[in-house]
Design a protein. Structure first.
Length: 645
């Protein structure tokens, strides 16, 4: 299939399509695509050269080309030319400014404590199975991921955003022609696990084993433990980790898991090395590897998911699927298409203008699933690893680390807020499948009022289908509303004695009832409760966690929310002062609380500082009407009631 060329400008021998002369980028490898002038030759060779780096060669097919351009910090003059036509030489000026202020992606290789430091290779590649080779391949993968992200963000109108890699002054292997010259290049950390080869290859842990045992610690949990105890990773970090000791035993891929996610301050995406034999070791090998249709011989290496029957396909599913797991470590979720689905089977199309067996050109509009879904783009926009210098400053005053709040305003309307940092994305899913999303990519919205009927229309949700919403703040914290209809039923309640004329609205409970939630309690603040007067003091019972709150009234009576236990601290209120909201930290239980008053006062912090932070206050135009909680040994959930003023 030949792609129409009616828009081709014959006066320009080489035309770059995706970057303008003089632009500034922030990644070491720049993915450039474009067109050449018409030729009688269907396939030609494009050369890329600069004064400070060896020349590389890339296929140009039916006038379409894609090349990776190596950049050094500062101004770069790059020459693109057709190998058979020196007169076609075209210069491209690109400025490369590494963003060292952004958090990096760390590349790691996990090896067992007794690892032989070898990985599976076919007979044709015997001797190319060493740890040094794995490091070279992992370095190339990291830079290809980086280039892909930058081009995708630019393609979606958000500039040349991408993560930076953890780099150091090292012998570089990105070009085999460079003689391992010292350059600022990606570090690939070798992390020796506390676990043995036998433990890593335990069939019960093999992700593709239909009889795996999910009750034993997973490979992800094991390597997360290795990361957390490692001296290099004492601070918050994002890690892409390759499992070197993965092994195909002829029936099962042992020591492999495709998993990604976070645990506290560490995020980790892992993948096995069973397809590593097919990955390129340097820039020069990228076209060769991506066109290598050697059949996969399952006597020696795995055919992953039965989708790796040729080496170029093994490269796609290996390097591309590992990016998928790194995506999870970057807080991306599954999407209906793209890399965060199974679009990585088209990974080669991002970098090559052809694929085996050839015969047609692959231009940027024909790259299949090798892309970020627009939802991924929206989530990555606010990831601190993807920040640009032109983005608005992010100081502590703009982000207290709190998650968004989802609260009802009435039986038909939801209020979603993130007061400090703003909302980035509202994702809508129907029956657990993505349908659409709202995005706020220029200026995060601090609060939204969303009509449930309109949300259902936008998501195409009808009948008995279940509509789910996830609100993502610009600090990447998120909150879920699992079933909006059920949420509205459960969060609009009635107390006819205390509030006879208005429905009472109820927030979520913060804390997951992890101590059994056996003791339920509530306290109401009805407007007509004059005989008790006002609340004069709140006694907070706390130790390492929150036990309970005791509300003291003018008439000497008390209401208890939760339990009396641990130590206690009194927080007196002024005569014309009332509590209007709370800062709450919770996870499995309620870790701690801070009281906010109508006079702008903030109490000391009571309890612990673990768990997630929530800023809980009625929406504007509503007032606090009470509180509810559950408790086990101490308080394990807490929420508020509120009414329209």
């Amino acid at each position: 299939m030949r792609i129409p060329r009616e828009d081709l400008d014959n006066t320009m021998p080489i035309r770059v399509s995706n970057i303008e002369n003089g632009q500034t980028v922030h990644q070491r490898l720049l993915l450039v695509n474009g067109r050449t002038s018409k030729s009688n030759q269907f396939e030609r060779c494009m050369t890329v050269s600069s004064s400070d780096y060896p020349t590389t060669f890339w296929p140009c097919v039916d006038t379409h080309f894609k090349v990776l351009v190596h950049l050094v910090p500062g101004r770069n003059t790059v020459t693109l030319a057709l190998e058979d036509d020196p007169s076609s030489a075209t210069q491209l000026i690109v400025n490369y400014i590494p963003l060292l202020q952004n958090p990096p992606l760390h590349l790691c290789i996990f090896i067992a404590r007794d690892s032989p430091c070898k990985f599976d290779v076919p007979p044709e590649k015997r001797g190319q199975d060493t740890l040094d080779v794995a490091v070279e391949k992992m370095r190339v993968a990291g830079y290809m991921w980086q280039a892909f992200c930058a081009e995708q963000m630019q393609r979606n109108g958000l500039g040349w955003r991408t993560f930076r890699l953890d780099e150091a002054w090292l012998p570089d292997t990105l070009s085999f022609q460079d003689g391992k010259r010292q350059r600022h290049t990606a570090q690939v950390h070798i992390v020796r696990s506390k676990y043995s080869v036998a433990e890593i290859r335990d069939p019960r842990r093999a992700q593709q084993n239909p009889n795996r045992n999910d009750n034993v610690p997973s490979l992800h949990a094991m390597f997360m433990e290795d990361i957390q105890r490692h001296s290099l990773f004492k601070h918050p970090c994002i890690v892409a980790g390759l499992i070197l000791d993965t092994h195909w035993d002829g029936k099962l891929v042992l020591g492999h898991a495709a998993l990604g996610g976070g645990s506290g301050e560490h995020s980790l995406g892992i993948f096995g090395s069973h397809s590593l034999h097919s990955w390129p070791r340097n820039l020069e090998e990228i076209p060769l590897c991506m066109m290598d249709n050697t059949p996969t011989d399952t006597r020696y290496v795995a055919n992953d998911a039965n989708e790796s029957g040729e080496w170029w396909r093994a490269l796609n599913i290996g390097m591309g699927a590992m990016l998928h797991e790194a995506g999870h470590a970057l807080w991306l979720t599954h999407t209906p298409h793209g890399i965060m689905s199974r679009g990585y089977n088209n990974w080669n199309r991002t970098f090559m203008a052809k694929e085996p067996p050839g015969g047609f050109a692959i231009d940027p509009s024909n790259e299949g699933g090798s892309k970020w879904h627009r939802l991924d783009i929206a989530r990555l926009r606010y990831n601190p690893a993807f920040r640009l210098p032109s983005d608005r400053p992010q100081g502590p005053e703009s982000d207290d680390g709190s998650a968004p709040l989802i609260m009802p305003l009435n039986q038909h309307t939801l209020h979603v807020s993130a007061p400090k940092c703003g909302l980035a994305v509202i994702e809508l899913n129907v029956n657990d499948r993505y349908r659409t999303h709202l995005e706020f990519l220029d200026t995060p919205s601090c609060e939204l009022s969303l009509n449930v009927h309109h949300l259902k229309q936008q998501a195409g949700c009808s009948g008995n289908e279940r509509l789910t919403m996830q609100a993502v703040a610009a600090n990447l914290r998120s909150s879920d509303c699992i079933d909006i209809d059920q949420f509205m039923r459960e969060h609009v309640v009635h107390f006819p004695a205390e509030f006879p004329s208005v429905p009472v609205l109820k927030s979520d409970g913060y804390g997951h009832g992890g101590l059994g939630a056996s003791l339920k309690s509530s306290v109401l603040f009805p407007p007509h409760q004059r005989k008790r007067g006002r609340i004069t003091c709140i006694r907070v019972h706390h130790g390492s966690f929150l036990d309970g709150l005791v509300f003291r009234w003018d008439d000497g009576t008390e209401d208890v929310l939760g339990k009396r236990g641990g130590g206690s601290t009194d927080f007196p209120l002024y005569p014309d002062e009332m509590v209007v909201g709370f800062n709450i930290r919770s996870g499995a239980w309620v870790d701690g609380i801070q009281l906010l008053t109508s006079k702008g006062r903030t109490s000391p912090w009571f309890g612990g500082r673990g768990g997630s932070l929530y800023f809980v206050q009625p929406p504007v135009g509503y007032r606090l009407a009470g509180m509810y909680s559950t408790a086990g040994q101490w308080m394990d959930s807490i929420g508020i009631y509120y009414v329209h003023q």
